[in-house]
Ligand binder design. Structure first.
Ligand code: NCD
Ligand code: ZN
Length: 481
């Protein structure tokens, strides 16, 4: 028998899965988890890390980040964005297509793959843009390697035009048989445009005007409409950044009807509220808006009961000059979040808000399952990628915008107290952060994760009646059924 030597053993930490915690050692070899078990059952190793008293979590999977490259690299690029992820315990990110040029063609996708692979500290999936003009590009984008698609039902940063309901239906019809999930910015553009125009006419420029322009109704209407189209076509959809209590009803009802619909919320909707507008001013402007405090409890409850599946961040960096404005309509929407999500949530674990196993379910296991990456990612068990966040639940800290890795050093979290922070991040066996410090030599280590590992078969519906099919088949013929 040849001697087996692990590359690294993490000794005696508390390993966390989505359902259990237990003290164990974790052996890593060739980027994968080799063994999980008693310290004295481990093979010899080149390196051992004592994790006594620390928690060993699957690295977070953040399915909603904007890294701005190409086109807006003064805000962020794949290097700074994934460095922020690494320093936040996040080992995989799914990155959005609202860049210049938008990631809606095979050329734009190939360029982004190249830029990301050169600089990424963590693994990444790239979203393809699904808009009125890119429906025909779906096969090319899948061939080029996308984790899924992004469809903008409402305007937001980048002003990607939102498809008509007809365009959206056709897009769903085309994507449904591929099994790829469509992530939706679910706010209805036409409602927001009219409300904002009226408020501008009346001279409202204060931060709270942003909530008034985009009330929960825009999200309720969009989620409901998207769920109907997903139900009809069998397309898999994901509702991004759920911000209100009222959106939960159409989401819950669609799930109960068997629609393959999932949802995320973000720390800003769980932990911030309308009162914070006075404190941080225009910096808080984000789409959808941070809402009245009464929404927080229902969102937490929806995570707990599984209506909302996961926590993502919508990491949306803009530099201070673009954020600090007297006229709210001129402040860019969004702020960084990929680096602060884990410590903010661990702080809630420490407060007793949820168990650490719940956090792992929402931050790692569920995202991996929902995009077909499980059990390669999202769990610490033999055979999985060694994507690990080692956290110290006892450590106290505070958010300091100036110390963030993001190029956009401005957030509404500045000064917020933290209790529980990631201290080491390992991506496929390699340190991306060690003792709280970014490992520069991990730049370029991140790889694309667009291949679905395990997913139920796609179940497209009404395929004989799609826009493309009715063009091919004479009306009334048997095939049209
Ligand atoms: C995002 C951005 O800046 O790219 N902004 C935001 O307010 N959330 C876009 C988005 O996700 O809507
Ligand atoms: Zn969005």
């Amino acid at each position: 028998m040849t001697e087996l030597t692990a590359d690294l053993i993490i000794d005696n930490g508390t390993v966390v899965t989505d359902s259990a915690t237990f003290i164990a050692s974790v052996a890593i070899k060739d980027g994968k988890i080799l063994a999980v078990g008693a310290a004295d059952a481990m093979p010899p190793a080149r390196e051992r890390l004592d994790a006594t008293g620390l928690h060993v979590l699957p690295g977070a999977i953040d399915v909603h980040v904007h890294f701005r490259e190409p086109g807006y690299t003064h805000k962020e690029d794949f290097g700074t964005g994934t460095a922020a992820a690494a320093c936040g315990g996040v080992t995989t990110v799914f990155e959005m297509p609202n860049v210049i040029p938008p990631t809606g063609t095979k050329e734009a996708l190939a360029l982004k793959h190249k830029l990301a692979a050169e600089k990424a500290y963590v693994d990444f999936g790239l979203y393809g843009l699904l808009g009125e003009d890119t429906i025909a590009n779906v096969p090319d984008l899948i061939e080029g390697g996308v984790i899924g698609f992004k469809l903008y039902m409402g305007n937001t940063f980048g002003n990607t035009p939102s498809p008509s309901t007809g365009g959206m239906l056709e897009a769903f019809e085309v994507v449904a048989p591929t099994g790829k999930r469509i992530s939706l910015h679910a706010e209805t553009a036409s409602i927001m445009a009219r409300r904002e125009a009226h408020m501008r006419e009346q001279g409202r420029i204060d931060p709270l005007a942003h909530i008034a322009a985009r009330p929960a109704l825009v999200a309720i209407e969009a989620v409901s409409r998207a769920a109907i189209l997903a139900e009809w076509t069998g397309a898999r959809i994901h509702i991004l950044h759920i911000s209100s209590a009222e959106e939960l009803r159409p989401l819950r009802e669609a799930k109960a009807r068997g629609v393959d619909i999932t949802g995320e919320t973000c720390p800003q909707y769980l932990l911030l509220g309308a009162k914070d507008y006075a404190r941080v001013g225009s910096v808080i402007r984000v789409n959808p808006p941070v809402r009245e405090e009464r929404n927080q409890e229902p969102l937490w409850a929806a995570l707990a009961d599984g209506t909302v599946d996961m926590i993502a961040t919508d990491h949306a960096p803009h530099v201070p000059e673009e954020k600090i404005r007297n006229d709210i309509w001129t402040a860019d929407c969004g702020f960084p979040g990929v680096e602060t999500q884990m410590p903010l949530m661990l702080t809630e674990v420490n407060k007793g808000r949820m168990a650490i196993t719940d956090y792992v379910r929402w931050s790692a296991a569920n995202p991996a399952k929902i995009w077909g990456l499980y059990p390669r990612k999202g769990v610490i068990q033999p055979g999985a990628d060694a994507d690990i966040a080692i956290v110290d639940l006892a450590r106290h800290s505070a958010v300091d915008d100036a110390k963030l890795q993001s190029r956009a050093k401005i957030t509404p979290w500045h000064g917020r107290k933290l209790h529980g922070v990631p201290i080491h991040t390992i991506v496929r066996g390699r340190f991306a952060m060690r003792d709280g410090v970014l490992c520069e030599d991990a730049r370029g280590w991140g790889r694309s994760v667009h291949t679905i590992q395990q997913m139920p078969k796609a179940e497209p519906r009404h395929q004989g009646d799609t826009m493309l099919a009715i063009g091919r088949t004479p009306a009334g013929s048997e095939d049209a059924a």
